[in-house]
Design a protein around this ligand. Sequence first.
Ligand SMILES: [Zn+2]
Ligand SMILES: [Zn+2]
Ligand SMILES: [Zn+2]
Length: 176
Amino acid sequence: MYDDPADLLRRHGLQVTAQRLAVLAAVSGRPHGTADDVAKAVRTQIGVISRQAVYDALAVLADKGLIRRIQPAGSPARYEDRAGDNHHHLICRTCGRMVDVDCAVGVVPCLTPADDAGYEIDEAEVIYWGRCPECLAEHTAGSATENEAVPLPRVLHTNDDNDADRAVAHDQTNQP
Ligand SMILES: [Zn+2]
Ligand SMILES: [Zn+2]
Ligand SMILES: [Zn+2]
């Protein structure tokens, strides 16, 4: 399944450098890490490397599609080598942990806008926000009078309950 990383760089028209190889290996070894995580891993592998060199290597690898860059709201960019398969992410609001989830639809773009405004759409970026099992367990183990557990604002139609029911039924049609 895995190609020789040096070959991979060459096949994407990139010059093979120790820094790029180390950055690629660091991203593979720690999916969804930040640039700082990558820099730390690269330093243990090849010694001194500037922050800028790490950023440059990440940018060039992402540009060539060898790695994917994800930029969740309120978080530094994360990087992973699982690129090109249109998978999505679950992110824990409490601890920030991010995990992969396959696209339920599979084809790009997996969501259809109500109106494409004439755009040729090639991707729908989907991030599921919530709480991970660990944080949920901690929450239930904690005090019963939890103040910070404010329910998420729910978008409800103003007219009647039937509309809300229909909206739920519609969501479920997106699942196989
Ligand atoms: Zn969590
Ligand atoms: Zn991922
Ligand atoms: Zn999808």
